[in-house]
Design a protein around this ligand. Structure first.
Ligand code: ADP
Ligand code: ZN
Length: 523
């Protein structure tokens, strides 16, 4: 019976004809009063999984969401559909808040959005006691996971919901869940007994591509001109400065690009966001602050000019492409400098060692994905505990990377690092090591007498580009590590296996420079 009611709401309120994969089962379960933990990729249609039960069940659906900046938009969108919705968060003035509270108590709201920190306040809990609650929806549930990439301490308090309202069904939803995060969400939110719904994380219409970073802005421009002329897309950069530079560069080259980062005035941000959403073919150049909860179906590409900090983040950000199911591109340019920079951030970050180890593990997993010789999609799915066969559509499937026996090269490089380590006070990064291997008498090489080392010039058989690739891959394999402010290269314990115990090191061949760049280099 509930099924027909849900279907009716789907068509009458939301204007859709049929449910997407998984939605109906979840909705029926929650309408029936059951708890649910939902893992579904971005764009899968999670919102309806709690919105429809909230409309079908008596009372108000209380939605806990960390996305304060989007609450107004979400509520406006629901109101436009005729759904009675409201929100309570810190951005409101007291009058507005009192009005929403009164509506809730009077049973005049179907969906109430709450920031998690509200639930730490006793008065909010008492307010909730005075109304009828249809269900609790905990959106972005991975925020409760300390192991995850987006931990919010306020989420920990949500475990108390089941004690105070044992009869109210709870549905937790997330688009990011490795096995470890999944288990942690279940236990921290007391959802062990809940039914778990795990949708496939495969996004077959997204083509994943990861390329070595050379001249990132030019590489990006090339991609946009050749494959995505006139398309809407998101370009992610790590810093505000590179957001600005990149947006300027694109505009100068005839691409309609708008910057978006937390340092811009709120009005500018709002305007850029709304132009991206409403106009056609706008490229938004943003820090990762942009995108959570953004619902634009025809984003044709997501480009990363810097290495994301985790596979979860990468998956979530790239997942904003192609929600309409049409072919889309996820393109990432990454280089050695990204690794050095992120290690530096991790080393200098606040927090204890355990925190640093966690963040490092996330970075390592991301690096392994970048340097993989296997199908990117299969690797991504495996990361989320799902299996997939080679997709035939990602860069490694389309142009399988060739591999070569890099054992000797690795030994040369690692023993150079060993030699430099003996000079206790001085620390050297990849640049100096590559110069030594290539036998370059730079000022810095001469200053430190590095041209007298036995390894000086032993690597002349490879190019600088290839050596940098070797460094990256050894980092990804955990045979080398980066340390400190200057990106000093150090050996890991495993490096001994290569240096002294005959471990083989297969490496992927570096893609050739494009013809144009090669010509320019000669000129
Ligand atoms: P998620 O929260 O999982 O990222 P959303 O709930 O925002 O995804 O849904 C993504 C898009 O898909 C939205 O535009 C939504 O309206 C649309 N959508 C969801 N369910 C359906 C459906 N059954 N039929 C058609 N469109 C749907
Ligand atoms: Zn593939």
């Amino acid at each position: 019976m509930s099924s027909t009611e849900a279907l009716e709401v789907l068509s009458k309120v939301f204007g859709y004809e049929s449910f997407r994969e998984g939605q109906q089962e979840i909705i029926d379960h929650v309408v029936g009063g059951g708890d649910a933990l939902v893992l579904m990729p971005t764009g899968g249609g999670k919102s309806l999984c709690y919105q429809i039960p909230a409309l079908v069940r008596p009372g108000t659906g209380v939605v806990i969401s960390p996305l304060i900046a989007l609450m107004q938009d979400q509520v406006d969108a629901l109101r436009a559909l005729g759904v009675r919705a409201g929100f309570l968060n810190s951005t409101q003035d007291p009058d507005e808040r009192r009005m929403v509270e009164a509506e809730f108590v009077a049973g005049e709201i179907d969906l109430l959005y709450l920031a998690p920190e509200r639930l730490r306040v006793e008065s909010t809990l008492r307010l909730l006691d005075r109304g009828t609650i249809a269900l609790f929806a905990i959106d972005e549930a991975h925020c409760v996971s300390q192991w995850g990439h987006d931990f919010r301490p306020d989420y920990l308090a949500l475990s108390a919901l089941s004690e105070r309202w044992p009869d109210v069904p709870r549905i937790a939803l997330t688009a990011t869940a490795t096995k470890a995060t999944h288990a942690e969400i279940a236990s921290r939110l007391r959802l062990e007994q809940a039914r778990h719904f795990v949708a496939s994380f495969d996004r077959p219409n997204i083509q994943y591509r990861i390329v070595p970073k050379r001249e990132p802005k030019k590489q990006l421009l090339d991609l946009l001109r050749t494959e995505h002329a006139g398309d809407a897309g998101i370009v992610y950069c790590l810093s505000r400065r590179s957001v600005e530079d990149t947006a300027d560069f694109l505009v100068k080259n005839g691409i309609e690009a708008l910057p978006y980062h937390a340092g811009l005035p709120a009005a500018t941000r709002a305007e850029h966001q709304s132009r991206f959403l409403r106009e056609e073919g706008v490229a938004i150049v943003a820090t990762i602050a942009f995108g959570m909860g953004i619902d634009k179906p025809d984003v044709r590409y997501v480009a990363h000019l810097d290495l994301p900090k985790s596979v979860e983040g990468y998956y979530q950000e790239t997942g904003r492409a192609g929600r309409d199911g049409l072919p889309s591109t996820a393109w990432l340019a990454y280089g050695l400098q990204d690794v050095v920079q992120q290690r530096k951030l991790i080393d200098g970050s606040e927090g204890d060692d355990a925190h640093r180890r966690r963040v490092s593990a996330h970075l390592d997993a991301m690096l392994a994905l970048c340097e993989s010789v296997d199908c990117r999609r299969a690797q991504l799915l495996a990361y989320f505990g799902q299996s997939g066969s080679p997709c035939g559509n990602c860069d490694t499937c389309l142009t399988p990377p060739e591999s070569w026996d890099g054992t000797v090269a690795a030994q040369k490089l690692l023993s150079t690092v060993v030699r430099l380590r003996r000079e206790r006070r001085q620390k050297f990064g990849a640049g100096q090591i590559v110069d030594i291997l290539l036998g370059r008498k730079t000022a810095k090489v001469i200053q430190h007498d590095h041209d007298t080392l036995s390894v000086f010039g032993v690597g002349a058989d490879l190019t600088e580009h290839e050596w940098r690739g070797v460094v990256r891959q050894l980092l990804a394999k955990g045979l080398l590590a980066v340390e400190g402010d200057y990106g000093t290269l150090v050996l890991t314990e495993d490096a001994d296996e290569v240096l002294y115990r005959g471990r083989k090191v297969p490496l992927r061949t570096e893609p050739k420079r494009p013809a144009k760049a090669a010509k320019a280099a000669k000129a």
